[in-house]
Design a protein around this ligand. Structure first.
Ligand SMILES: [Zn+2]
Length: 188
């Protein structure tokens, strides 16, 4: 995971706000977990329609909880040739703010392997967090900041019922940050 560089001028302040916002309020009912479990089952069966239905339910429940307009979902069997790609996660899905549309695909582009459930769910959460950036937080753009990745991780671990790990960051060139995997694995 690598963050975007801060934009110049106008949006810089909002970028900083996104970067500092490391927490995401989470629902205290088990609805997202339940839907995620159905999604995992549908993925195992490679049942595209059931996967689509579970994704739509997940987004409906999440949009309702965060009080944002609903966003649409399109689950594709394979990655489209012309997909927007700003970070590695975008190899698995994308978000179109104008149309409030999330697209995710079940197979990777290169080897046509079925995307793992973990990657698929984390992509869905990632794209939904782009939706939140525009619709809930009112950011002009949805940057991949440290805060963005941490909000995404919070939603993902909540939905999958896995423990949230503290994310350690190291600065890299150009004012960007990347995850320090060796510290992550040590946990300190
Ligand atoms: Zn993204």
């Amino acid at each position: 995971m690598l963050t975007d560089a801060a934009p110049r001028r106008k949006s810089r302040e909002l970028f900083g706000e996104s970067d500092r916002m490391r927490d995401l309020v989470l629902p205290d009912d088990g609805r997202l977990q339940k839907i995620a479990a159905s999604l995992e089952d549908a993925m195992k069966r490679e049942a595209l329609e059931d996967v689509s239905r579970s994704c739509a339910e997940f987004l409906a429940v999440a949009s309702d909880f965060y009080r944002v307009p609903m966003c649409s979902i399109r689950v594709l069997a394979a990655r489209p040739l012309r997909a927007r790609e700003r970070s590695t996660i975008e190899l698995f899905g994308d978000y179109q703010p104008g149309g409030r549309l999330i697209r995710v695909w079940m197979k990777t582009a290169v080897r046509k392997d079925v995307t793992s459930f973990g990657t698929f769910l984390s992509t869905l959460c990632h794209e939904f967090c782009h939706h939140l950036d525009f619709e809930r937080f009112g950011f002009r753009d949805s940057w991949h900041t440290r805060g963005f990745y941490e909000r995404t991780a919070a939603l993902y671990h909540h939905s999958r019922m896995t423990p949230v790990k503290r994310i350690f960051w190291v600065p890299v060139r150009g004012g960007r940050w990347r995850v320090d995997w060796s510290r992550m694995n040590r946990g300190r």
